[in-house]
Write a protein that binds this ligand. Structure first.
Ligand code: ZN
Length: 673
């Protein structure tokens, strides 16, 4: 719920599309990189709708040996759980992946066009951690015949079950995660969190019965289990040692134990101990205790995310996908941005939301700019650029949360930017100039305000259940919209300039241009003809932009102009648009605070889902010629211990260049299920 990966990817396509001469302190670490880094290959290849990028880990050499070991052990722990995500996303994923791996390794026949198509298919599957698209959740199409695959299997001395083979080509399990309100959300989703015959109604009833609504500190019901039917009854199969995924979890625990031995301080060691305990028992009370201990560990330089975290991929929002991030704090950049969390009460007090929905005292949000060292599970190859955890509302309220921006990932996006989007979609020279000058800064500010202020802001009215229960399948979209609106409202507040975070409000204007351009037009390039918008972040962006366009229509706040057949949305009055964003924020906060499902549904369905077919076609035509794939993901760095006898005396970091090679290496090294 607190992740903004998708926001990032496409906003960055814009923000990152501008060569910014004015990236200051935040980018200092790049300025200090050695010269050969200028030649660093940021993008290695592009295929289908994907680009493969690389990132660097600045400051690695400055870490102590103990910190390097800690980062290394945590990264290994992460990778050992890789198979879990594959299985979670679809019941045939692991079997299919293993067959693809074997073919890629063993096949010696002709490398013709069929073979290239097969290779692209395999790479797309690796990128999505399964056969459903990582973003749209649609089943990935194979551009070769079933007969050809059968031949490859045979010649590579491997096989696939009849069902797994058929599903690559047939019309079964077409959607990994379905959001279609006209269908049963579970029966129409291929995700492997529930037995295929369990309906949304049954699962919801199961968890409703289990939930104690009077408990002010509820556990995260259903978070770490698969719901299955046994002897006519629904039961949970818990992901833990001795339970489901036990063989992978034991390996995760092994590395977490080694990490605990080299923890930076007692609090971090305590948290790691609780995480191990949770993996052993599956006890969700221990999960909460772990999260509290983890939030309280604010002193460590090396930090991490590891476990079943985000619930985006469960249409019902109970079950979490496996993910890990291992990270090193970027001290200078964190200090600069800390000014936002230091002033967080100012933002709450001056928010346009109703007084009844404001927090009297916003509890500590710890915000860090970090450099990623390694990711595994759902955070890779496609990665978030900002994360805010934990997800349990009561822990956030009572103990605070940790919010991170992934600095080196953002830097890599910028360095790998594709040229041409701005030139194509900016209306005036002034707009283009502003975007080039401020794009990177305003993108960072948006991320920071979204994460630190946005998600931490506001409160529910007394007696109102959690948004997951009241707003249900619309809760993620509305939460992301709320956080974006907080960012949009305050990025045009003089306070942000006074705090020294931006040099002028023109950076805010650049963000407004960017948001409207992207929300009303550019993001449509991610959809195929005839598709509607399903992804939460895309929905929230169009919701805000399209609704703002309509709200400002009378005063021509945003104007639709068509010049030589090209459409532009031009902001005529930035102050008025800010007021509109404020009104939207007030309403969406009200919907959350009061649990007003009908109003939330109405907003999302009216503004966030449907696509203007003509505009969509125009966007596809205008972006096609730029030939920049709309999604990007990363090859992970690899750490190699240097031994003196038995003893590790250093850990080196390498930056591989071959995506497929890394995928095959992972398959060989971390095959635990
Ligand atoms: Zn968010």
């Amino acid at each position: 719920m607190k992740k903004i990966s998708l926001w990032a990817a496409s906003v960055l396509l814009l923000a990152a599309a501008c060569k910014n001469p004015d990236v200051k302190e935040i980018k200092a670490e790049e300025a200090s990189m050695s010269e050969e880094n200028n030649d660093f290959q940021w993008q290695t290849e592009q295929f289908a709708d994907l680009r493969i990028l690389r990132y660097q880990v600045p400051g690695w050499e400055k870490l102590s040996l103990q910190q390097k070991k800690l980062a290394y052990f945590l990264t290994q722990a992460g990778l050992e759980g890789r198979d879990i995500l594959w299985d979670q996303q679809y019941r045939h994923n692991l079997e299919i992946r293993k067959a693809l791996e074997t073919i890629l390794k063993n096949y010696e026949g002709p490398k013709d066009e069929n073979w290239s198509n097969f290779e692209v298919y395999a790479k797309r599957v690796f990128f999505s951690n399964g056969i459903h698209h990582h973003y749209s959740h649609a089943k990935i199409e194979a551009d070769f015949e079933q007969d050809y695959l059968v031949q490859l299997l045979k010649e590579s001395r491997t096989s696939l079950s009849e069902e797994a083979l058929a599903v690559i080509f047939n019309d079964q399990d077409m959607k990994g995660v379905s959001k279609d309100p006209n269908k049963d959300l579970l029966l129409s989703s291929a995700i492997n969190f529930y037995d295929p015959d369990i309906s949304a109604e049954e699962a919801t009833a199961f968890y409703k019965a289990m939930t104690d609504t009077s408990d002010p500190e509820p556990i995260s019901y259903g978070l770490n289990s698969k719901l299955v039917r046994e002897d006519e009854k629904l039961v949970e199969k818990t992901w833990k040692v001795g339970g489901m995924y036990g063989s992978a979890i034991e390996k995760i625990i092994y590395w977490l134990g080694k990490a605990q031995e080299v923890a930076e301080n007692a609090q971090q060691a305590k948290a790691l101990g609780l995480l191990i305990e949770y993996y052993k028992t599956g006890d969700l009370n221990t999960w909460d205790a772990y999260n509290i201990a983890w939030v309280q560990d604010t002193g460590s330089t090396v930090d991490y995310i590891n476990s079943f975290i985000e619930v985006y991929h469960d249409p019902l929002g109970y079950k979490a996908t496996y993910e890990t991030v291992v990270q090193v704090k970027d001290l200078d950049a964190s200090e600069k941005m800390a000014v936002i969390s230091d002033n967080i009460q100012y933002f709450e007090d001056n928010s346009p939301i109703m007084d009844a929905h404001k927090k009297e005292k916003v509890v500590g949000v710890s915000y860090r700019m970090i450099n990623v060292v390694g990711e595994a599970g759902a955070t890779t190859p496609a990665t978030p650029i900002g994360v805010n955890l934990p997800n349990a509302n009561w822990i956030r309220a009572a103990h605070g949360s940790k919010s991170i921006s992934l600095t080196n990932i953002e830097g890599a996006y910028e360095n790998a930017r594709g040229e041409g989007f701005l030139e194509e979609f900016a209306f005036s020279a002034e707009e283009l100039e502003r975007a080039k000058k401020y794009g990177a800064v305003s993108s960072k500010m948006h991320t920071a305000l979204h994460e630190v202020v946005g998600h931490a802001s506001g409160k529910l009215e007394p007696g109102v259940a959690t948004p997951k229960e009241t707003l249900m399948n619309y809760s993620s979209t509305l939460e992301e919209a709320r956080a974006d609106l907080v960012a949009l409202y305050f990025i045009m507040d003089q306070k942000v300039v006074d705090l020294g975070l931006m040099e002028s409000l023109d950076a805010g204007k650049a963000e407004y241009d960017n948001y409207i351009r992207n929300g009303l037009m550019l993001q449509l390039r991610r959809l195929k003809v005839g598709e509607v918008i399903e992804e939460d972040h895309m929905r929230n962006r169009q919701l805000i932009a399209a609704w703002a366009f309509e709200m400002g229509a009378e005063n021509n706040v945003i104007e639709r102009k068509v010049i030589e057949g090209k459409t532009y949305f031009v902001i005529n009055d930035y102050e008025a648009l800010r007021e509109i964003f404020g009104e939207q924020l007030r309403e969406i906060q009200r919907i959350k605070s009061q649990g007003d499902y009908e109003a939330g549904k109405n907003l999302v369905e009216t503004y966030g889902v449907q696509v203007d077919a003509d505009l969509h076609a125009e966007v596809l035509k205008r972006t096609e010629k730029l030939n920049i794939a709309p999604y990007a993901g990363f090859i992970q760095p690899e750490m190699k211990p240097v031994y003196d006898g038995e003893e590790i005396i250093d850990i080196e970091i390498h930056y591989p260049t071959d995506f497929l090679e890394q995928m095959l290496m992972y398959g060989e090294t971390y095959s635990n299920l």
